[in-house]
Design a protein around this ligand. Structure first.
Ligand SMILES: *Cc1c(COP(=O)(O)O)cnc(C)c1O
Length: 273
């Protein structure tokens, strides 16, 4: 919609402050961030970006869904507005949609009175009730998922059928130090690449998992798996393009041993393909 109002956007990788400085024009009014993102988890240096934006009178806005405010306190780093999809961890049961926007009273009042009233959508009372109920167990659910994630990453690290693990708190992650600096934990979502490069092996792995549903979204009680190749037409799949072989796992609230056994079995089967 926005180009009709002469609003333009520059897309950048965003991993270093220099990129933000170079892309900033005299007309820039907003930096839109997502750190980490939800497939390959690249981070943006939030404190540096917020400080630079302040100098230039640019508003900073972040999608903080991956960490939630429990594991990444973006306001303390100087970010102006934070957005969460409540559909994920806050709801926690994959049974409602919703979102939360937080900022200063003045900013929220302006957004509420204008944009929200014009093009926003209202939440039904029942969905609000479900989200409040989810919120009450959010810290415990995240703690559990954090522990499960750590154990399963250790397990995946030792599995001979895995070529690569992409995860912000994995020592191989190129922004590991920044992750530890600005996040209290990384959890739930992990992307893996199998050693076996075929599309058939990826499909076999995903279909052999019995306790991971194949689905998009995440943040609920059930573990999920989604391969990138599900979005790529079969004839365009390129085994030499690593991103085509990404498989994203989401760890839910099930027992660790139950998930570990399932992963081990599916990895064994797919390696034989
Ligand atoms: C899922 C997701 C959204 C969209 O959330 P919905 O509530 O499903 O519309 C936005 N940002 C991130 C990071 C997400 O993972």
């Amino acid at each position: 919609m926005l180009p009709r109002f002469n609003v333009t956007v520059s897309y950048i990788d965003g991993k270093t402050i220099n990129e933000w400085q170079e892309a900033t024009k005299a007309t820039t009014v907003l930096f839109y961030l997502e750190s980490p993102n939800s497939w390959t988890y690249e981070l943006q240096p939030l404190e540096e970006i917020a400080a630079f934006a302040r100098q230039k009178n640019i508003i900073t806005f972040i999608d903080n869904t991956y960490c939630t405010p429990i594991y990444q306190n973006v306001m303390d780093m100087g970010i102006d507005i934070t957005m969460q999809t409540a559909t994920k961890y806050i709801g926690g049961h994959s049974d409602t949609l919703g979102g939360v926007l937080c900022g200063s009273n003045a900013q929220m009042k302006k957004i509420f009175d204008t944009e929200f009233m014009t093009i926003g959508s209202g939440l039904q009372p029942f969905n609000g009730w479900l989200l409040l109920r989810g919120l009450r167990t959010l810290p415990m659910r995240l703690e559990r998922i954090n522990q499960t994630t750590q154990q399963l990453i250790t397990f995946l690290d030792q599995n001979p059928n895995i070529e690569k693990i992409i995860f912000p708190f994995h020592p191989s992650f190129d922004q590991y130090e920044l992750a530890k600096k600005q996040m209290k934990a990384a959890l739930g979502l992990v992307t893996i690449v199998l050693k076996n490069k075929t599309r058939a092996a990826i499909i076999l792995f995903c279909e052999s998992l019995k306790h991971f549903l194949m689905a998009v979204s995440w943040g609920g009680h059930e573990s999920l798996v989604i391969p990138r190749c599900a979005f790529i037409p079969e004839n365009l799949f390129d085994p030499n393009n690593e991103s085509h072989r990404h498989i994203r796992l989401y760890f839910g609230l099930e027992e660790v041993a139950y998930l570990m056994k399932d992963l081990e079995h599916a990895l064994d089967i797919s390696a034989q393909k």
